[in-house]
Design a protein around this ligand. Structure first.
Ligand code: MTE
Ligand code: MO
Length: 303
């Protein structure tokens, strides 16, 4: 599965930045010392050498976060207004311990790791992002998922005073998303709280956002305030906006085109003049890890 992002090779400063990771992103509230954690971080980057991360500037200045406007540079311009402290995530529905979980308490209980993932937007652009965060499964464990739960629903904050974009009915606010429970507890699925070892910037979904690397980017819902365990497939924003174009699963699939464009290839953001298209990989390159979850499904119909 080696995929070399040649045009971003010169941006390969991941290891340098990892050394400067701040305390919040390094410490999962456990005993790991700063020095040790930094060494671990460098090692984990070295293991992923075939994926070269996009630059911090590309990742944080070219965004989709429609609550702040639909332009790619709107989130970087306007998302500073989002107040992320204090923050809590309500976990409710079919869980043993429903309630509002303070962000600090979540961070103290979780193990923060670094994962370099491909990120593929349904609009056919892509990046490689070095996330910091924890597995969603660990957070769900904290709340105690009850038997009978089959899906996980997510909701973004809705703050008209802080989010200039929500006065436009582009989507039915708040932004909502959902996963099947097996997808939600898959080890690749994470809640990201950092990028390049720094706290995740507001435009990328501070203070915590979902990351599901084998699905189109819109599944990776930002600034999550509610997580609900349910036995019914939850509504999702883009499916509500246009069910013909956006399904519940939204798995990256180069063989199933969007009704208005091909999904066979993608533009790697950040190449500048040398920007090129590269073939899109089945399940965004994670087929070996996730394909078995879709056994028996018709991937051209269950989009
Ligand atoms: N709440 C919310 N989450 C969102 C979006 C959004 O508009 N609002 N955009 C989605 C889309 S379309 C993409 S491609 C990714 C972009 O993530 P990034 O800006 O960190 O690259 O966020 C997703 N999560
Ligand atoms: Mo997207």
């Amino acid at each position: 599965m080696a995929q070399r992002w040649k045009n971003t090779l010169k941006d390969h400063h991941v290891t340098d930045e990892a050394v400067f990771m701040n305390r919040r992103q390094l410490m999962g509230g456990t005993a790991a010392g700063l020095g040790l954690a930094a060494v671990g971080a460098t090692a984990s980057f070295a293991q992923s050498e075939e994926l070269v991360a996009s630059s911090y500037e590309d990742i944080t200045e070219y965004n989709n976060y429609y609550e702040f406007g639909t332009g790619k540079d709107d989130p970087a311009k306007y998302a500073d207004a989002l107040i992320t402290e204090p923050w809590s995530v309500t976990i409710d529905g079919m869980v043993d311990k429903p309630g509002a979980y303070a962000f600090e308490d979540i961070m103290a209980a979780m193990t923060i790791e670094e994962r370099i993932y491909r990120f593929r937007c349904v609009e056919a652009w892509s990046m490689v992002i070095p996330w910091n965060g924890f597995e969603l499964a660990d957070l769900l464990d904290m709340a105690g998922v009850q038997s009978g739960a089959k899906y996980v629903a997510f909701e973004t904050a809705l703050r008209p005073d802080e989010m200039p974009g929500v006065k436009f009915p582009v989507l039915d606010w708040p932004y909502v998303e959902g996963l099947r429970l097996d997808e939600a507890v898959h080890p690749l699925t994470m809640m990201a709280t950092g990028i390049y070892g720094k706290d995740i910037p507001n435009q990328n979904g501070a203070p915590l956002r979902l990351v599901v690397p084998w699905k189109y980017g819109f599944k990776s819902i930002k600034s999550v305030v509610r997580i609900t365990l349910t036995d019914k497939q939850p509504p999702t924003s883009w499916n509500k906006a246009n069910a013909r174009e956006y399904g519940f699963y939204s798995n990256v699939n180069p063989e199933v085109d969007h009704p208005r464009w091909s999904q066979a290839s993608e533009r790697v953001v950040g190449g500048g003049l040398f920007s090129k298209r590269t073939p899109t990989l089945m399940m965004n390159g994670y087929a070996d890890e996730v394909m078995e979850m879709y056994a028996g499904m018709d991937l051209s119909k269950d989009i």
